[in-house]
Design a binder for this molecule. Structure first.
Ligand code: NI
Ligand code: MN
Length: 225
């Protein structure tokens, strides 16, 4: 599968003609001003939690594409009430289609909508398609629950927040990559706002010192899993 970084925690995943967008926050991100959300393809939109920096462009993209919004129960009901196509799930559950499986797993964080209304409990996804699996951690602290993932799934890529302040920072993300038993890490949720600015070369070196690879993509750039 091809994974494109759309800035902050937004991703585009493509395989065999299926298009999935995760946590679209693009029009509010000055660093992503070259990404035109009206050209993005999506069959599904995965949402990890209700914070503004993960949902800002959900409605526009869902309107443009007719994509199904896959999220925890409260986030799904929020969009279902606005007549979007939704699939509601909760922790431990897996959304399975002919093309992929997405399991909603725990994250240590919060999940209110921008107006303060309840957004359920935050999560991440273990996403499997074409025999490859990736962990999309969402916004989370380091948590022992991550150790559950490799009991069932051999990951090809771990997508981890590394910006600190609102999520794990680099040192905890290194431990998280140990917990999920994956040495190829795509970093996200950094540099978008002053409190989550990182030193990119120092971050890569810290992972390299532990014989791990931290990939940091330019916004709009892709990697293949
Ligand atoms: Ni958040
Ligand atoms: Mn966030």
């Amino acid at each position: 599968m091809k994974i494109t970084f759309l800035g902050h925690a937004a991703l585009h995943i493509e395989f065999e003609g299926t298009h999935i967008i995760v946590d679209p926050f693009i029009t509010g991100n000055p660093l992503a001003s070259h990404i035109d959300i009206n050209t993005l393809k999506a069959d599904y939109i995965l949402v990890t939690h209700a914070h503004q920096d993960h949902i800002l462009d959900v409605e526009t993209i869902a309107k443009n594409t007719g994509a199904t919004i896959v999220a925890n129960y409260e986030v799904a009901m929020h969009y279902g009430a606005k007549d979007f196509n939704v699939f509601a799930m909760n922790h431990g559950g897996t959304y399975t289609t002919d093309m992929f499986a997405a399991k909603y797993v725990n994250a240590i964080h919060t999940s209110s909508f921008p107006d303060g209304s309840y957004g359920g409990q935050p999560g991440g996804f273990v996403f499997t398609a074409n025999g490859k699996s990736i962990y999309i951690a969402g916004d989370t602290a380091l948590t022992y629950d991550m150790k559950l993932i490799p009991l069932q799934t051999k990951l090809n890529l771990a997508i981890l927040p590394i910006g600190d302040t609102f999520t794990m920072g680099i040192d905890d993300a290194i431990i998280a990559s140990d917990f999920v038993e994956c040495d190829t890490i795509l970093g996200y949720h950094y540099d978008s706002f002053p409190p989550i600015k990182i030193d990119q070369s120092e971050a890569k070196q810290k992972f390299a010192d532990r014989h791990k690879e931290l990939v940091l993509l330019g916004i709009g750039d892709s990697l293949e899993v």
